[in-house]
Write a protein that binds this ligand. Structure first.
Ligand code: NAD
Ligand code: DAU
Length: 339
């Protein structure tokens, strides 16, 4: 099969490229990525050595570029990871989120309609469901939970999901959607909680925890997300939404303290800073549907995954230090200086 992976130079997309090359050596993977600040060709160095892999630099919202690529390659499956993905950046500047996340999705689906496709898969997020209260641990997001977004990022992802379902109904496009909880693992960009805290703790710098650090996220090791998407694109039912998550709920403070403990760094590095506007309290996925229909279960517990992740960051300092040396310093200054 010929599979288009958009956003494959980013965190989850790159992990998915490696997952596919390893588990389906008979398939060919083409990665289309704009190489924004979050895209990194260094991440794909090993993939570039594989004859079954091709990298193309381009914007999913650029119709000429996308249609040209579809004309050149006869894709069987499209997996759309490409997105602006950071909530804080969407608060600072929503526009690019609407362009990439909504219009980019539309452009890809228009190309699928014109050139034909076996499956268009949209990589979505649990953030489309909004949040859950802290005092109701019995509540979880199911696929039936109403869409109820909080940030420009989640609103753009929800809009894209609605568009995907509309293309399925109106144009009979064969689609599927997965909505996953927070990922962590190798190649995670250090603007997100876990890699930010690891990289700053290693440098003995303060660790900026928003509000009181009570917000809860449901952490999933990235390889488990990749195995779930792989199952859905090959065996999942057309037109369906599948939630992905592994019941690994932790408060942000618990996560930060775990990282400090594993790195033997003092808790005095923790600094409480002004909260994120509109900050979602708790995410928690009910993965019953993907488990019962496709037999998917996560393999990595949070305790094991966070150890593996810290080890990866220790073994791959070059990867994240290169990022910290670039435009990242300006970003950190801008986002955190007045908090
Ligand atoms: P990321 O920010 O690490 O990577 C995004 C990638 O998309 C980058 O390589 C970037 O260069 C590329 N990109 C951005 N705009 C583009 C455009 N217009 N055209 C082509 N490429 C473009 O993101 P991530 O964390 O790997 O997330 C991937 C997807 O998974 C996103 O759709 C996100 O909404 C979703 N998701 C993420 C998480 C998470 O915890 N990170 C959880 C659930 C769902
Ligand atoms: O749930 C899936 C979503 O998870 C994805 O759709 C998003 O693309 C992904 O970025 C992630 O969103 P979050 O906002 O949950 O992730 P982030 O790593 O930015 O923050 C995790 C929690 O940590 C959140 O409650 C905010 C908090 N936080 C974050 C940063 C960057 C801090 O306390 N301090 C920080 O410096």
């Amino acid at each position: 099969m010929n599979i288009l992976v958009t956003g494959g130079a980013g965190f989850i997309g790159a992990n998915f490229v490696y997952y596919e090359l390893k588990n389906h050596p008979e398939d060919r993977i083409v990665c289309l990525d704009k190489l924004t600040y979050a895209g990194n060709l260094q991440t794909l160095e090993e993939a570039m050595k594989n004859d079954n892999f091709r990298f193309v630099k381009g914007d999913i919202a650029d119709r000429d570029c996308v249609f040209r690529l579809f004309e050149e390659e006869k894709f069987d499956i499209v997996v759309n990871f490409a997105a602006e993905s950071h909530v804080d950046r969407s608060v600072e500047n929503p526009e690019i989120f609407l362009k990439t996340n909504i219009l980019g999705t539309q452009t890809l689906m228009d190309a699928c309609r014109k050139y034909g496709i076996k499956r268009y898969h949209q990589v979505s997020t649990d953030e489309v469901y909004g949040d859950l209260p802290l005092d109701r641990p019995d509540l979880f997001f199911t696929e039936e939970t109403p869409i109820h977004t909080s940030s420009p990022y989640s609103a753009s992802k929800a809009s894209a999901d609605l568009l995907v379902l509309a293309y399925a109904r109106t144009f009979k496009l064969p689609v599927s959607i997965t909505r996953c909880s927070n990922n962590y693992g190798p190649y995670h960009f250090p603007e997100k909680l876990i890699p930010l805290m690891i990289s700053r703790a290693l440098a003995d710098e303060s660790l900026p925890v928003y509000g009181k650090g009570e917000n809860v996220r449901d952490w999933l090791y990235v390889e488990d997300h990749c195995s779930a998407i792989d199952l859905v694109i090959r065996k999942g039912r057309e037109g369906e939404v599948y939630n992905i998550g592994g019941h690994n709920e932790r408060t942000n403070l618990e996560v930060v303290k775990t990282i400090l403990k594993l790195l033997s760094k003092p808790e005095s590095l923790i600094t409480y800073v002004t909260d994120r506007p509109g900050h979602d309290m708790r995410y928690a996925i009910d993965p019953t549907k993907i488990h019962t229909e496709l037999g998917w279960l996560p393999e990595t517990t949070f305790d094991k995954g966070i150890e593996q992740t810290i080890k990866w960051y220790l073994d791959n300092e070059d990867w994240w230090k290169n990022i910290l040396e670039g435009d990242y310093q300006n970003y950190y200054e801008r986002m955190y200086k007045n908090r």
